[in-house]
Ligand binder design. Structure first.
Ligand code: NAD
Length: 351
């Protein structure tokens, strides 16, 4: 079946949605956009798009059955509810809401109206994430016990509306929501404690350099770090498992796995080894033949699979991949992230 999309908010991400759909999803026609900014409307016209003169005109268009919302975070809740009540199926950009309570209200309206409601957690289709998810789920290096996930930049304070609390700015709601969503999607166990350090390096209203620590009921721990003030990068992923370690250095997915070589003779002299670190047993290098260096597993990913899933759900052919209930778990963890920072200590939970 063919479907027709309208996009609310034609800024950085709204225009990305339009281009991505036009290029890769032929069965989804882009019917038009609405934006409150004249400059954005002019740009849309230049790009050959129909521009609705008002939100009401867009919502009254009976041909539009799917609306993507890509506006600053504080407008997500009212717009999602308005679109659902107008009978539209809705994709909302992340973070879907500013907190779990807002999202509960949105979910209630989606249930009441029976419309599709999903959140654009596109980073579940990132190649680096798909590699780590496969490695963790299939226990390619034994049981994982500590996962570090980082995105680090050095371009300074949060840009534009992302610098203001009223707009739902700050790093937790910007990248934190992606990295936490990835962890909850990958690890099949409740979160039992959350700690966080939210730093305002640039002295603004919102956090710009953060660390979040999660413990899962199954014993796995994870740490996410995001910064706008880091001048020496660290790996995108570093995963410790019982039989080895995996590293993904960058977005290009350079990296490797190093695994115990169970074939090798493993006779350890219990003597102290004299190294540049001084005399040590634990930190001395291990004999090379006791480990194997392996390439990262191959995976195929495509961001447009998110939209393909939405269309398959609308046609009754698939289950929704990014469900609002999953986003609710993410928002509950995010509420706990802010609470832990406020209290200056970790908080126990069962999320
Ligand atoms: P942006 O500032 O580039 O664009 C936002 C647009 O929304 C602007 O053109 C603005 O005029 C318009 N707008 C504001 N209020 C409006 C309203 N009430 N009605 C209609 N239009 C309105 O911001 P952006 O970077 O595109 O971010 C938009 C959303 O997309 C945010 O929620 C952000 O978190 C999300 N985002 C997601 C990803 C991702 O990877 N999933 C990446 C970037 C941004």
């Amino acid at each position: 079946m063919s479907h027709r999309l309208a996009v609310i908010g034609y800024g950085g991400m709204g225009s990305w949605h339009v281009e991505n759909v036009r290029e890769k999803i032929p069965s989804l026609e882009v019917k038009g956009i609405f934006d409150v900014r004249q400059e954005a409307c002019d740009k849309a016209k230049e790009n050959g798009l129909f521009v609705y003169s008002s939100k009401e005109q867009l919502l009254a268009d009976p041909e539009v059955d799917l609306v993507t919302i890509a506006v600053p975070n504080n407008f997500h809740k009212p717009l999602v509810i308005e679109c659902l009540r107008a009978g539209k199926n809705v994709i909302c950009e992340k973070p879907v809401a500013l907190n779990a309570a807002e999202l509960e209200d949105m979910i209630a309206v989606s249930k009441e109206t029976g419309r599709l409601f999903s959140i654009h957690q596109n980073r579940r289709w990132d190649k680096d994430y798909a590699i780590i998810k496969k490695m963790v789920r299939e226990e390619l290096l034994g049981k994982p016990y500590f996962i570090e996930s980082r995105v680090l930049g050095s371009r300074g304070s949060m840009h534009g509306w992302r610098g203001y609390r009223v707009n739902g700015g700050g790093m937790v709601l910007d990248w934190g929501v992606h990295l936490i969503d990835q962890l909850l999607d990958m690890i099949d166990s409740p979160v039992v404690s959350v700690d966080s350090h939210l730093i305002h390096v640039f002295g603004g209203e919102v956090d710009d350099s953060i660390k979040v620590f999660l413990r899962f009921e199954n014993g796995l721990s994870a740490m996410c770090e995001m910064s706008t003030n880091c001048f020496i990068n660290q790996p995108r992923w570093h995963v410790s498992c019982t039989d080895g370690t995996a590293v993904i250095e960058d977005w290009a997915c350079n990296g490797k796995m190093v695994k115990l070589n169970t074939e090798a003779e493993m006779e350890w002299a219990d003597d102290i080894v004299y190294t540049e670190a001084g005399p040590t047993r634990t930190m001395a290098p291990r004999p090379k033949e006791t480990t194997l260096e392996l390439p990262l597993p191959e995976v195929q990913t495509d961001w447009s699979d998110y939209y393909k899933n939405i269309l398959a759900v609308l046609d009754g052919e698939a289950e929704l991949i990014v469900r609002p209930e999953q986003a609710l778990r993410v928002m509950k963890v995010i509420d706990a992230v802010f609470e832990a920072d406020r209290l200056n200590c970790g908080v126990h939970c069962h999320i």
